[in-house]
Design a protein. Structure first.
Lengths: 235, 84
């Protein structure tokens, strides 16, 4: 059985087609979803892709979180369905309260666009089942507002409960300021909800699945997501 | 009745404010070397139709909490209210 992975297109999404392509490349079936629809068309997992949404007026993701599609996405997430937010999709998940924290402008004030290394912090999520804690993967980042921050209470819970999924690191897994591209608190690049079925990250695994065009660190992320989607659809 | 509100949204005091920092580092070039603690926020002005000011103000408070600000990173103030 081929898992069906929905990718939502918001007005301003840029990476929806790449996400659909990554799903197909990794053996899944990509299903295009539209922000104004209220149906997830029975998909087994949902991706909120990168780019922009509604001009990102006010704050990144602030208006998208109230899009019609976000109602079924929230219900799907609450029921344990795998949901992956990438870049703007991560910002939308934080704005909607499905994930802790918020994303603010990069500390450098510069838009950063380059390959980075991420250290995997947990395999207990819908997108890291095929990865081992401590392992590093290489994927690109491209964002102006990727500095993850949180309230002191949220940060204590995120670190204390092991909700960090990825940290910016060296290729060897060293987490330090030299490998922090945007000033993110504790080098946090991605977080999960307590159940682990909802994950968001600023880097772009969907741009790192094809060896012809760059690193392939996104492959295990998509392989994990497809496996989680399969497991969910069997349940 | 229509009431005009102004809502001021600022990043929480403990959070780094890259925009404020950029403005702060640009000011000395223009001769102002005595400036510190620059914070950049948002100013939202809106008109609300309601039966009375208290109702309108309560609605603006909800708008500020749910959409105009993100309580994780921002504080807001309802600055001014005037019947139109």
């Amino acid at each position: 059985m081929t898992p069906r992975i929905g990718v939502v297109t918001f007005p301003g999404s840029l990476d929806d087609v790449d996400a659909l392509r990554a799903v197909e490349l990794m053996g899944g079936q990509g299903v295009a979803l539209w922000h104004a629809d209220r149906s997830l068309q029975g998909v087994d997992a949902v991706i909120l892709p990168g780019g922009f949404s509604y001009g990102d007026y006010l704050r990144c993701g602030a208006i998208a979180r109230f899009a019609a599609i976000m109602e079924p996405v929230s219900s799907f997430a609450e029921a344990g369905g795998p949901v992956l937010g990438i870049c703007n999709g991560f910002q939308v998940l934080c704005e909607s309260g499905l994930l802790p924290g918020a994303l603010i402008r990069n500390r450098s004030l510069r838009f950063v666009c380059r390959d980075v290394w991420l250290r995997v912090e947990t395999s207990q999520t819908a997108v890291t089942g095929d990865l081992t804690p401590g392992e590093t993967i290489q994927v690109p980042i491209k964002h102006g507002e990727g500095q993850w921050v949180a309230t002191p209470e949220q940060l204590a819970r995120v670190e204390g409960d092991g909700l960090v999924v990825f940290r910016y690191a060296s290729a060897e897994g060293m987490v330090d300021e030299a490998h922090n591209p945007n000033g993110a608190t504790n080098n946090i690049a991605g977080v999960r909800n307590p159940a682990g079925n909802v994950v968001g990250l600023m880097p772009h695994p969907e741009h790192a699945v094809d060896p012809d065009v760059g690193p392939t660190g996104g492959q295990p992320v998509f392989a994990s997501l497809l496996a989680a989607a399969m497991a969910g659809s069997r349940a | 009745m229509t009431f005009t509100f102004e809502v001021l949204v600022l990043l929480k005091p403990g959070l780094s404010d890259p925009q404020g920092k950029a403005v702060e580092s640009a000011l000395p070039a223009l001769g102002w070397t005595n400036v510190s603690r620059v914070r950049v926020g948002k100013h939202v002005q809106l008109d609300v139709d309601a039966t009375d000011e208290a109702t309108a103000r309560a609605q603006v408070g909800q708008m500020a909490t749910r959409l105009l600000s993100n309580p994780v990173i921002e504080d807001f103030q309802i600055l001014e209210v005037a019947p139109k």
